[in-house]
Each structure stands twice: as C-alpha cells, then as structure tokens.
Design a protein around this ligand. Sequence first.
Ligand SMILES: *Cc1c(COP(=O)(O)O)cnc(C)c1O
Length: 394
Amino acid sequence: MNNIKELDKKYVLPTYARADVEFVSGNNARLVDANGKEYIDFTSGIAVCSVGHANKRVNDAICKQISNITHISNLYYTAPQARAAQKIVEASGYDMKCFFGNSGAEANEGAIKIARKFGEKDGEVKRYKIITLEHSFHGRTITTVKATGQASMHNYFGPFPDGFVYADNIAQIESLIDDHTCAVMVELVQGEGGVQPLDKKAVQDLAKLLKSKNILLMIDEVQTGVYRTGKFLASNLYEIEPDVVTLAKGLGGGVPIGVVMTKLKEVFSPGDHGSTFGGNYLSATAACEVIDILSELDVSGELTESIEYFDSEVENFYEAHKGIFTSKVGIGMMCGLRVKDADTLAKVISNARDEGVMVLKAGKNTLRLLPALTITKEEIDEGFNSLNRAVASL
Ligand SMILES: *Cc1c(COP(=O)(O)O)cnc(C)c1O
C-alpha cells in the first residue's frame, strides 16, 4: 500500500483528494482492501457497479467476447453495439437511436452537439442557447463544465463555449427562453448537486412548454439511468418523453461507456460526430449483459423489493439519528441524507470507512448512498450496522 501511495503521489496528477484506502477485490456489495479489511460498499463506484463487483455473468460475457475480438473501429459493423442499442432503446420505451461514447461527459457533449445542430438554420435566427439548472453537474470537459450550473467550476479554463444559461430552478426556465434557445438540459434527480429530485408536475409542465416552443428537452441520466431510480430511466418514472437522453455510469457495470440517444434520428449525418472507442466489443458486451441482468430483476420484482428494503433501512437509520440528519431525499437506490453541517458529514464518511462501510458525499452537506442494484439483504443489514456504529462514535 505505501508503495502504491508513493507511486500515485509521484506519477498521478493530484486532481482527487483520495481517501487513504486501496481496494484489491470485491464481490457484489463487498470490498476488500490491501490490508485484508472487509467493507460493505454503499457507493458502487459512484453508481457505476450497478450489478455489483466481480459480477460473474458480466465477467463471463466480456471474457468470452475479448477472447475473440476487443476492438476494431466504428468504420465497420459491431454486433454487440447494435444489440446494446436495441436493448437500450427497447428498455427506454422511446422511439430513439443511440450514439456510443465512453463517459458521461462525452454523452453530454453529444447531446449538446445534437441541440446545436438542431438549432442551426440557414438564413434565419440560429438557435444555440441551452438552459441548465443551478447545482447541476454535466461533466468535466470544457463544454460540459460550462453546462454545469456551479459557478465555482468556472474559475479557470476559459474562454468557454458560449450559450449556456442557468436557471435557479425549474420554474425560472420559462422566463429565460428567448429566440436563441434550442434546448433545456436537466438531471431529474441532481446527483452531485445533493440527490435532489425535481418536482414531477413541474417537469411535466416544462416538457409541455418546451414541446409547444419546439425546444429540445434533454435529460442527463448519466447517474439516474439504468434502473437506479427503479425504472430503466428516471424519465420513465416522471412519465415524460424527452427528445434526448444521456446514459453512462451504471450502463457498463464498471466498463467505460456513454450513450446519447435521441428521437431526432436524422440529426446527424456521417462525419458529424464520432468516437474511436465508443461502443466497441468490450463495452457494448458489458452493457448488453448489465441490461439483461437488471431487466430480469425488474421483471421478477426483486429490484423493487431490494429498493423498498434499502429505503426502509435508510428511513430507520434517519429516524435513529435525527440530531445529525435533517432530511431524507432521493428516489430508488439513489438516497441522500442531509447532514446538519459539512464537518459532521466529513466525520461520518471517515468513521464509516473505519467501521467498514463506504459512503459518499454530494453537494455541501448530503450523505449519499448509491449501492449496487444487486445488493442483498445481508449486505444492507451489515452496512447499516456499521453506519450506526460510525454515527454513534461521533
Ligand atoms: C458523473 C456524471 C457526469 C459525468 O460523467 P463522467 O463519466 O465522469 O464524464 C455527467 N452527468 C451526471 C449527471 C453525472 O452524474
């Protein structure tokens, strides 16, 4: 461990404030560190390991695939990519087509390019403005960092691409629309911003308004997508029909993948967009298997059962520690507990690690829990026993 820490400090750029732990193996919601200590994982790699660590079905599928071929390029047909697109579109229930990239930011870049191409008009007003929300998070590229409604992330790196407008809340969006607006991009549950769900009725009203003005509704489902909220997409739960949806985190079960999908099937022509790695045999095979596993759990009712059990345990934990937590937020397996202050939250997170359970922070003062969707009752119970000890020792 010391050696790895030293190597990391010497050779890796310090963009992360790393916790002092190195994991070496995992199994579903269990992790083992380099000292052999065991943990319950309530983070699933920030909503990435949706089917748990070392999932046998995903591992078998990717091993079988890569023993034949891992990558060719998007100049040729790739069977797992076509199949993954079919599974994603069918699971969404929307009449859309997919483009494959490698990350959430890249998926959102694709969405922004779709919006800008859609807003392009020869001889008339070019529409280019995209409205996003305060406290949103859309990625770390120059464009998606500018799309992100957090001023603290715009301190350096300029000049930025023009045309992003921030609404304080969903109700303010209408007043910010002008002749140049081509799209609105939102997360239905703000993840990094603090596990904050938007109001369903307000989102449905927004969808109607945008439709009447021919403005695209783009939903960033990088964190909420792939059954995280209990439905394949949070937009299914909100009962809206977006024009553009982006996915990434949970889709590949740990293999990097990002997708932008849209109703605007004709928006791009060959050459308008592309990716070297996007949707290759490895990542697309992983996505196919992840969707199969989770859709089976969905159909059998086990996913709903796990979500309900996890939620009831979050509720019990919250009720038992009301001096520390001020409210409970979130949907499905995307849970947040607001902590009375940021210092207490930092202590909860480090105590939790000492007690053997991994949890996350969101926003300034939210404890965030994003377990694998395959987490078992035993793992949930163990995790909350550890969390109770972590909070008791504050
Ligand atoms: C994590 C996240 C992103 C960025 O994804 P990367 O894969 O890190 O580029 C974008 N949007 C949302 C909502 C996210 O949670």
